[in-house]
Write a protein of this length. Sequence first.
Lengths: 149, 160
Amino acid sequence: MDRIDKDLLNRMQKGFPLSGRPFLVLGRELGISEGEALERTARLKEEGYIRRIGGVFHTPGLGFYSTLVAARVVPEKLEGIAEQISGWRGVTHNYERDGDFNLWFTLTAQSEAEADAVLQEVAAAGGVEKLMKLPALRRFKVELNLFIE
Amino acid sequence: MDALTKKIVSALQGDIPLVREPYRQLARELGISEGELLERLSRMKSDGLLRRVAAVLRHRRVGFVANAMVAWRVPEEEVEDAGQAMASFPEASHVYRRPAFPDWPYNIYTMIHGTSREECEEVVEKMSSVTGIGDCVVLYSTREFKKTSMDYFEGGEGER
């Protein structure tokens, strides 16, 4: 990646222009042509630096319930239970972490009741010792901007 | 939420097409004009449905290989100030207040992204000295089982 690639990534994380010609807007800002901005973006996507370019929605704004969940899972069962959890469409992030609670995942559902039903199934799986539902009570900051030097 | 809004969410929750006029192409697929799509998106933004249209990067691929979730135990009367102060760190994202439990007394969570664990730990120390909150646990992810974006209305296309 050269300097322009990095500037392009830093810029597009903050926002992709809501304009008829977004690559023209980006290109102007970075001092390159529309075609070059488009080509560079396609290459950065292809090379795996960009996961996706698209809408980042406010889950509660769309009427959905979402929560972080921490689970304490018997280590021998972790992999199987993690796989089962990942199978739910509403689970978007699922990580093993070191510590007392070793599995952390986010769950989005139509309602809290629907989320609870999923969690009841998870809890019923042998090997889940404890589940904590940790919904956001206040969001101080949501955006993630990885500044690439 | 009307049917068109749902269709727009479905169209935008995946990848936008990488062409010179991506919104024109999306609008055509939705059966509306480009102008109407752009107007709708602006309105969804001001209504708080859409945070932004943006690039989401692969952390590790761009060099942020250490990603720590830090859970802080903050006294009730300091939650607001500490939350704001933590949010001001550029290395931090997702600064949320969450419920505490008797055996898990942490109530503010931050995600910290760095190029190494040492770098994350330096940020944690800085946050701690700025806020005066010393009680925290740093939880690194050791395995990624799933990372995707939400398919809200089962209509998304492309890579998640």
